[in-house]
Design a protein around this ligand. Structure first.
Ligand SMILES: Cc1cc2nc3c(=O)[nH]c(=O)nc-3n(C[C@H](O)[C@H](O)[C@H](O)COP(=O)(O)OP(=O)(O)OC[C@H]3O[C@@H](n4cnc5c(N)ncnc54)[C@H](O)[C@@H]3O)c2cc1C
Length: 435
């Protein structure tokens, strides 16, 4: 594939938000380029091995459809998605299928290093490709890097961390174990309920994803005996039906700012050591894990939070809690505030009432003071509380898709993004805003 000098839309960052943005822009006939610094798509969904998709249904209605559902369907077709869990490999294949169907160009192993702007408009990005700097122009740019890299490099407004303390959420290196005796493991859990989280359900249905979180006494003992890093609080894993495999969201890496290479390097070291320690505990002490083995660890440490854009609207924690609705809504969510606490900070998980949902306004995707720059996914314009709810994969996909729609419209009309009538975007993504 030959990379051209000019596109209608450039999407930087090929996580679930970027894939959804590119697919929607492509479907709307915009000439679209997706730039990704890894050699594959998926971001946290693949390199971070994050699964399953968090809650996005109310009263039996699925809030996120469109490109997100297309990704799900393509994964199901390939036997790589069961219930709401999926395999990273299948995510990639499903995404490639959709990107190529939408005629998107993709540039892997490439990183943006400079944003070339005049006043409020970005003209081009300088991209490092095979150690060469190339300049690529576009009408509209979408930042789905998770770290708001375009804003950072282009000197557009962004914020980072808690508004008062500056703290960022904990990091987690995912890993997967194989050959677990799930029946034995769940029997043990049922007989030791005090050693697990209160939110757990114990009527295990082996045709669905099973979540197990706790083993508090094993964790406590291992820490007391110096066999486990004291930052690990519990062991949490999910299993895909009949696989004998578990995906572990367990390591807890504190005190890092994952927007810096220095912190990411340290986090990698700490995370891998924690994984080794937890695997020892599982294999030696936990019923059902006697013959289990470490299948794989994620390519990179999972990052929940770094920079957030400052947009025309900032989604707040109150918007989430109160189920705010907006005239320019382009997506909906029902996942509550979920902050994985830092050192000296308690974690928070605040579920919305059953049946309640909030809307996300188009303005939270439009970067303040920018004529042709949009954000979606993890770097959406929000407070720390708002962000902690919006960052999940289904919502990231929905905000990405809305960006793709707006970018395609703005390019077609040679217009600055905030001059496009939100109703036109809403019409394109109506599947994500109507019951
Ligand atoms: C430990 C953990 C557990 C989680 N658990 C769940 C869960 O159970 N369910 C759920 O739904 N969500 C969960 N989440 C949240 C969710 O995974 C992420 O917030 C979501 O996947 C973010 O998607 P994204 O596309 O915005 O960003 P990312 O997936 O981070 O993608 C950003 C992409 O941009 C690329 N990039 C970055 N900088 C550049 C650059 N300069 N040039 C080119 N490319 C660049 C990166 O390589 C990456 O591919 C979890 C997150 C973590 C970290």
């Amino acid at each position: 594939m030959k990379i051209e000098n000019k596109y209608d839309v450039i999407v930087v960052g090929g996580g679930i938000a970027g894939v959804s943005a590119a697919v929607r822009a492509g479907k709307e006939k915009a000439k679209t380029l997706l730039i990704e610094h890894y050699g594959f798509v998926g971001g946290m969904s693949t390199a971070g091995m994050v699964s399953p998709f968090m809650k996005h249904q109310v009263n039996g209605d699925t809030l996120v459809k469109g490109v997100f559902q297309d990704i799900e369907n393509e994964m199901r077709k390939r036997n790589g998605m069961i219930d709401n869990g999926f395999y990273a490999n299948t995510f990639r294949t499903a995404a490639y299928h959709l990107l190529s169907e939408a005629n998107c160009s993709i540039l892997f192993n490439s990183e943006i290093i400079k944003v070339n702007r005049i006043d409020n408009r970005i003209n081009s990005l300088t991209v490092l490709v095979e150690n060469q700097k190339i300049e690529i122009e576009a009408d509209v740019f979408i930042d789905t890097t998770g770290d708001a890299q375009i804003l950072y490099l282009g000197d557009f407004p962004w914020v980072k961390g808690d508004e008062t303390t500056g703290k960022l959420q904990a990091l987690t290196l995912f890993f997967r174990m194989g050959n677990i005796d799930i029946q034995k493991a769940t029997d043990y859990v049922k007989n030791h309920k005090d050693d697990f989280f209160k939110w757990m359900t114990y009527d295990f249905d082996f045709t669905k994803i099973i979540s197990i979180a706790g083993y508090f006494s094993n964790v406590k003992k291992a820490i007391e005996e110096g066999r486990l890093n004291p930052d690990v609080e519990y062991i949490f894993f999910t299993t895909l039906p009949e696989s004998g495999e578990g995906s572990f969201n367990t390591s807890n890496i504190l005190g890092m700012d994952a927007s810096t290479s220095e912190s990411l390097t340290q986090a990698e070291m700490i995370g891998r050591n924690q994984v080794y320690q937890v695997v020892q505990i599982l294999q030696n002490e936990i019923p059902g894990f006697e013959n289990s083995y470490l299948l794989e660890t994620a390519v990179q440490v999972g990052v929940r939070e770094t920079r957030r854009a400052v947009g025309d609207y900032i989604v707040t924690g109150n918007d989430i809690k109160n189920g705010s609705k907006f005239d320019d809504a382009i997506a909906r969510g029902c996942y509550g505030i979920d902050i994985h606490g830092q050192k000296d900070e308690s974690s928070r998980m605040e579920d919305l009432e059953e049946g309640q949902y909030y809307e996300i306004p188009l303005r939270s995707l439009i970067v303040k003071d920018a004529d042709n720059l949009l954000v979606a996914g993890r770097c959406i314009s929000s407070t720390r509380e708002g962000h902690s709810a919006l960052r999940i994969m289904p919502t990231s996909a929905a905000t990405g898709e809305a960006c793709g729609a707006l970018a395609a419209l703005a390019s077609k009309n040679s217009s600055i993004v905030r001059e496009i009538n939100p109703q036109e975007v809403r019409e394109i993504v109506k599947h994500n805003i109507t019951v």
